[in-house]
Write a protein that binds this ligand. Structure first.
Ligand code: GLY
Length: 338
């Protein structure tokens, strides 16, 4: 299945469960000083969670453009070194605003993964927040996951917060073992090894983190989920890295042509360039231009970082500038328009 079909099948699955499809918000947050960039699908629904706005629909689904290069969620240093972290990525998500809660969120995530997408159950692991017996019991009773694959973890991994302040809550993550040795999987390696990829995070939004660090209970309980499209594509397409999926293949082959180098000889460099092109394309398209401060400064740093990695490919200076503007920029536009 190509990435377009995978995105569509996620949306369709939740539309069939009475969710309304909404558009992605821009990567430039609407009116939120707690964030430099949209870092999760739930950002655009913050005022609904905080009960400052009534939802138009109580169940929604979307694919959200996200940038994680600043603040609480910052994956910049991992990018390129492994095949599954990005500065820009698409987050597939479903939400309940005071409607269904943990039971349906868990049942439906398992149904989509194991019955629709037919992911191998002997590779799947689930984590729950250590105090969340309700989620633990639901995984055990409402799905056919092997009990030994449900793990309790602490706040660092299983209490999700969008920023220093704002809506948050305990979460339950679904991880996938991508390694070769099925018999040698180990619960201790989940969250601690690059052979175990977090594919989907189910957040049970029930608290609000205040400026003084305390937590207050929200008036209603909500569901906020996030699954990285790039990782899901990698797993469903049987690849070892997100960069081997159709989401990146055209950029990689353009870069091979322009630079007269090969991906296999320059994997990290190619990964960084391909990742940063997407981040820059979407940031600029949504109105964040390189500048000396704030968001614009982050964009400028990423642009400079991408250029530095381009130099690893031994481009001649003139050729590099001409090729960047003539060939890679249209590639950016293609990414935006698709
Ligand atoms: N809001 C869920 C996540 O970003 O993982």
């Amino acid at each position: 299945m190509n990435s377009k079909k995978i995105r569509q099948s996620f949306i369709k699955f939740f539309e069939n469960k009475k969710h309304h499809k909404v558009a992605s918000a821009p990567v430039l947050p609407y009116d939120d000083k707690s964030l430099l960039f949209t870092n999760a699908g739930m950002n655009q629904f913050k005022s609904i969670f905080l009960d400052l706005e009534k939802p138009k629909y109580i169940r929604v689904v979307n694919s959200q453009k996200c940038i994680r290069v600043s603040g609480k969620h910052n994956d910049l240093e991992e990018v390129g070194r492994d095949g599954f972290h990005h500065t820009f990525f698409e987050m597939l998500g479903n939400w309940s605003f005071g409607d269904y809660y943990k039971k349906e969120a868990i049942q439906w995530a398992w149904e989509l993964f194991t019955e629709v997408w037919k992911l191998d159950k002997s590779r799947l692991w689930v984590t729950v927040f250590k105090d969340d017996d309700e989620a633990y019991n639901l995984w055990e009773k409402e799905t056919d996951i092997d009990k030994s694959r449900i793990i309790k973890c602490g706040k660092k991994d299983n209490f999700w917060e969008m920023a220093e302040t704002g809506p948050c809550g305990p979460c339950s993550e679904i991880h996938y073992y991508v390694g070769d040795d099925l018999e040698n999987q180990n619960a201790k390696h989940v969250n601690n090894s690059s052979d175990y990829w977090e594919l989907w995070n189910l957040v049970f939004i029930q608290n609000n983190r205040l400026k003084d660090g305390t937590l207050e209970d929200l008036p209603n309980k909500h569901v906020d989920t996030g699954a990285g499209l790039e990782r899901i594509c990698s797993v469903l397409q049987g690849k070892n890295s997100n960069y081997e999926t159709d989401l990146f293949s055209e950029t990689i082959s353009d870069l091979e042509k322009i630079s007269k180098t090969k991906y296999i000889d320059n994997e990290v460099t190619y990964n960084v360039i391909c990742d940063h092109i997407r981040m820059l394309s979407f940031a600029i398209a949504d109105g964040v231009l390189p500048s000396n401060e704030g968001r614009g400064y982050v964009v400028r740093r990423v642009l400079r970082r991408a250029s530095k990695f381009v130099m690893n490919l031994d481009f001649k200076r003139n050729q590099y500038y001409i090729n960047w503007s003539n060939q890679l920029f249209p590639q950016c536009l293609t990414l935006i328009l698709n």
